[in-house]
Write a new protein. Structure first.
Length: 267
C-alpha cells in the first residue's frame, strides 16, 4: 500500500508526498520547509522519513525550496541534468543543492530508490526540461504528469499503465481566452509547451485509461483561468461522452492550490 498527500498544487507551490510503510519520497519542492513540517506533523508524519526528492522541472513553483529541504533532511535530489542546471541558475532558489546530493536521471531509464522503482518520462513544457514519473512499489503504481502543453504518445502509454494518476487540468479555454492575461501569456499557456486545458485532460484520461485505473487527481489548476468545480464538471462531462462515470468507474478529485489533501491510501 502507498500513502499519497498533496501539500500544494499550482503556481503558488507544488509538493507531493508518496510513502510505503518503510520509505517515503517527495515530488517537487515548491512549499517551504516550515509549512511542510507543519503539515507533516498534522498528519502524524515525520519529515525525516523522506529519503528522496524528485523534481519534474525547474520553474520556481516546483523548486524554490529544494535546496533547503535537501539540506534539512540530508537527502539526494533526482532530476535530469538540464533541470539541475536550471535550478543552479534560478534566482528563486535561495539555497542551492549540495553537489554530493545531486543525482541525474534520464527519461525511460528506471532507477530503484529504496521501495520505489522510478521511471521518468518526457513531458512537453517551456522549462529547461520536464519529466513525469511512473512509480512502482509493491503491487501498485502511481503516475504524475504536470505542466504539460500536450499529451504525447509516450505520456499516453503511462496513462494506460496507471492505477493512480495525477494529471494537469490547468485552465478552461474560454476563461483563458476572455481573461485578464496579456495575449503573449495566453498564447504561451495554450501552446503545445504550455499547460493542459480541462477538456484535453478529460480526453487524455478517457482515451487511454485501462480498467486498472482507480483514482485520478486533477492538478495545477490556474487561479485566474479555472475553478475546481469547473475543472471537475468538464472532465466528468468528457468522460461521460466515452461512457465513463466518475465515482463509479474511477474516483476523481481536485488537488487544491494551497491546501493539503489529507492522506489517500493507494492499494
Amino acid at each position: 500500500m502507498l500513502k499519497f498527500i498533496s501539500f500544494g498544487s499550482g503556481s503558488s507551490g507544488n509538493c507531493y508526498y508518496l510513502a510505503t510503510s518503510t520509505d517515503a519520497l517527495i515530488i517537487d519542492a515548491g512549499v517551504g520547509v516550515r509549512m511542510l513540517k507543519k503539515h507533516m506533523r498534522e498528519y502524524g508524519l515525520n519529515l525525516h522519513s523522506v529519503h528522496y526528492i524528485l523534481i519534474t522541472h525547474d520553474h520556481a513553483d516546483h523548486i524554490k525550496s529544494v535546496g533547503s529541504i535537501s539540506h534539512e533532511l540530508g537527502v539526494p535530489v533526482y532530476c535530469t541534468e538540464k533541470v539541475h542546471d536550471g535550478i543552479e541558475r534560478n534566482y528563486c532558489v535561495a539555497r542551492k543543492i549540495a553537489n554530493d546530493k545531486k543525482h541525474v536521471i534520464q527519461p525511460q531509464l528506471s532507477v530503484q530508490l529504496g521501495d520505489f522503482l522510478i521511471t521518468p518520462f518526457s513531458v512537453p513544457h517551456d522549462s529547461s526540461d520536464n519529466v513525469g514519473f511512473f512509480i512502482e512499489a509493491g503491487n501498485t503504481n502511481f503516475c504524475i504528469m504536470t505542466d504539460a502543453g500536450e499529451v504525447t504518445e509516450e505520456m499516453k502509454d503511462y496513462i494506460k499503465r496507471a492505477r493512480y494518476l495525477v494529471i494537469e487540468a490547468n485552465h478552461d479555454v474560454e476563461m483563458l481566452s476572455h481573461g485578464p492575461y496579456p495575449q503573449y501569456l495566453k498564447d504561451r499557456i495554450a501552446s503545445d509547451i504550455g499547460h493542459l486545458c480541462n477538456s484535453d485532460c478529460g480526453r487524455a484520461i478517457a482515451e487511454n485509461m485501462s480498467e486498472d485505473l482507480r483514482h485520478v487527481w486533477l492538478c495545477h489548476l490556474s487561479e485566474e483561468n479555472n475553478h475546481p468545480e469547473l475543472a471537475r464538471k468538464t472532465v466528468e462531462s468528457v468522460l461521460r461522452q466515452y461512457g465513463i462515470i466518475a465515482g463509479k468507474d474511477l474516483q476523481l478529485d481536485i488537488l487544491r492550490r494551497k491546501l493539503p489533501t489529507g492522506v489517500f491510501e493507494l492499494e
